[in-house]
Design a protein around this ligand. Structure first.
Ligand code: ARG
Length: 634
């Protein structure tokens, strides 16, 4: 029997009349949708309003005191009476329901409280059976919900996108965390997700880097630690370049000839080297490709610690010259770009009326010497991605410092006639991390950050010697806890907010931190190990034994998880999930004293354990959705 047949069967035993189908209603996937469907059927009778209006008006609540679902009366658009009068009238007419208590009203809101014994009957078995799949809704990403054979929608999430040989800064860190999360979120909603990294890996500075390697490079060091070695070289050779520039200035100030330095100095050599790269000179390209490959290999190891695996390492180097020529021609032909002082620019004020046009400024598309810029590459890259992947949607996870850049990019795509493409792309931005430094100074690389928080977490763990001794792999655990600390702090606020990088606060067990969440998870694992009941035993539990208010609250909070995930597809904020997980773990930790397992008789033990196992699944799924690695012991 399928899940939906089982559900129909179950509802029959609960004397619930067969559920009506509604758009966006997935009772097999989201138990709360059973209530939405059931309530909609009743409410259409009671109010005379069409189900199409009633169903989407039923909202979930953030706080349990307000009810499990609420209906804002004005949303039904019934004329002639005041909302609270209508509410009172409808409450009068409301028939007895097997699933919900008689409604109440709070001003213009009708409040519905679930009959929790029935909730337990539909919710717990569903979670115990679905396990990792609980909270996911694979139907949302279907091209056509009625015809799954037509396939899934395709999404590109571009994120992280560091620059080779340059520091991996806070902006890259946040992009990595948020982008990894969004990828998981859409995958869970049934989309086909392509995780893409758009590396900064092209330009004159990579010619300079190659020169630097000739001067300062070391094969062994490169292979052992490409990221740091290339960065060291980059720093040294840039210092040389600065000195050269100073020298030229001095010579010129003294009225002396600087032409030798100008014609054959580092800067000119770097330009020539990069020219050789763009001309596909084998030696130059091979050297550059080696730097790139070794760097990517190293990045991959670090990303793996964050549970991230990119499908495509694109980058500025991957943008084709022919493509850029074609795009430049199109912009010129359509009158979008124009010449200005020898360069090519887009003057948005001529194409977009009013303030908006002005605010988009006048970016350069091609410099006097013909070199293409960051923006130009992005224009062509977007078209290349469209051609390669035929995506349905694409997200750029980039710091809000680049808001203007992405606005310019999207507008140009629209102005040159790719309206549909322009509608499929979205910028997900985020604020700054302030003071991201560690005890060893300002952080440069992701590895440094992760190592430092790992060490700090290890120190914190060692303060509790008895517990520390019970952990099998303390260093590995400290590493994971450190990563969780950083990620949870990053995801605590809205994306757009800036936050202070605070090592002490993020590694604390107190407050809503990564270690706290991990602790809540490890505690559930420990209970599971001790109680050791099989799935069959849990599924046969008599859930009517869950009578305490703590059990009821926990059940109600747990039931919200699929709605939370669905709501997150609207907010696209990691904090939507994280805030919920903290709410759930708080309800959990306050119930332990009231819902004891050890010492309870067998049937009660089974029922309570079924509840804890459900909480465990929700916490585990939520943490993984965020990109965290839940630990079993700590
Ligand atoms: N590499 C860029 C930087 O570090 C970020 C790239 C963002 N993505 C894009 N398509 N422009 O600033």
């Amino acid at each position: 029997t399928t899940a939906s047949e089982q559900l129909t069967q179950k509802l029959k035993t609960l004397s619930v009349t067969p559920l009506q189908e509604y758009p966006n209603c997935f009772p097999d996937v989201n138990p709360v949708d059973i209530y939405r469907s059931h309530l909609t059927s009743i409410l259409t009778e009671v109010t005379g309003v069409d189900a199409k209006i009633v169903y989407p008006a039923l909202q979930w609540t953030q706080t349990l005191e307000k009810g499990d679902l609420v209906l804002p009366v004005p949303a039904l658009r019934v004329k002639g009476k005041k909302p609270d009068e209508l509410a009172a009238e409808w409450i009068q007419k409301f028939p007895e329901s097997p699933l919900v208590h008689p409604p109440s009203h709070n001003g213009a809101f009708l409040q519905f409280f679930f009959k929790v014994d029935k909730l337990a009957e539909v919710l717990i078995p569903s979670i115990l059976k679905k396990k990792q799949a609980f909270g996911l809704n694979p139907f949302l990403g279907l091209k056509d919900i009625n015809e799954p054979s037509k396939g899934r929608k395709r999404m590109i999430v571009e994120f992280s996108s560091p620059n080779i040989a340059k520091p991996f800064h806070a902006g890259h860190l946040r992009s990595t965390i948020i982008g990894g999360f969004l990828s998981n979120l859409y995958e869970g909603a049934g989309w086909e997700v392509i995780r893409m990294n758009y590396l900064g890996d092209w330009g004159k500075q990579y010619g300079l880097l190659a020169l630097g390697f000739e001067k300062y490079g070391d094969e062994e060091a490169l292979k052992a630690d490409p990221i740091n070695h290339l960065y060291e070289i980059y720093v040294k050779i840039n210092k040389d370049l600065t000195e050269e520039k100073d020298q030229i200035k001095e010579l010129e100030a003294a009225g002396k000839d600087a032409s030798e330095l100008k014609d054959n100095g580092l800067d000119e050599q770097a330009r020539r080297y990069f020219k050789a790269m763009t001309d596909n000179d084998k030696k130059a390209i091979d050297q550059w490709a080696r730097f790139r490959d070794l760097s990517i290999r190293r990045y991959k190891e670090t990303y793996a610690r964050l549970n991230i695996n990119f499908d495509d390492y694109s980058g500025e180097s991957q943008v084709k010259q022919e493509g850029m020529d074609a795009a430049a021609k199109r912009m010129a032909d359509m009158g979008v770009s124009e010449e200005s002082e020898g360069a090519v620019i887009v003057d948005f004020s001529k194409h977009v009326p009013g303030k908006v046009g002005k605010s988009l400024e006048r970016p350069i598309i091609k410099k006097k010497d013909g070199t293409a810029l960051y923006l130009t590459r992005d224009i062509t890259e977007m078209m290349q991605r469209e051609e390669k992947y035929h995506f349905d949607h694409m997200i750029y996870v980039v710091a809000s410092a680049q808001d203007l850049h992405l606005k310019q990019l999207f507008k140009i795509i629209e102005l040159i006639g790719y309206k549909e493409l322009a509608q499929k792309v979205q910028h997900i931005n985020f604020g700054l991390v302030l003071g991201m430094s560690t005890r060893k100074g300002t952080v440069k690389f992701l590895d440094d950050i992760l190592r430092d928080v790992g060490e700090k977490m290890h120190e914190v763990m060692m303060t509790n010697a008895t517990k520390y001794e019970q952990v099998d792999d303390p260093l590995g655990t400290a590493d994971i806890l450190g990563i969780s600390s950083v990620m949870v702090q990053d995801m605590s606020g809205k994306r757009i907010n800036n936050y202070e990088f605070n090592m002490d606060a993020m590694t604390s067990f107190e407050g809503d931190t990564g270690p706290y969440l991990q602790y809540a998870h490890a505690r559930l694992c420990s209970i599971t190990r001790r109680v050791a009941l099989s799935d069959e035993e849990l599924l046969s539990a008599d859930l009517s034994l869950l009578t305490e208010s703590h059990a009821h609250n926990l059940l109600r909070v747990i039931s919200q998880y699929p709605d939370v995930v669905q709501n997150t597809l609207k907010t696209l904020e990691p904090t939507t999930v994280l805030t919920y997980l903290f709410k759930m773990t708080h309800a959990l930790s306050s119930s332990y004293d009231h819902l004891r397992i050890v010492g309870s008789e067998k049937e009660l033990m089974k029922a309570r354990m079924a509840l804890y196992a459900s909480a465990h699944t929700v916490l585990n799924n939520g943490m993984k959705l965020l990109g965290l690695t839940p630990v079993e012991r700590m």
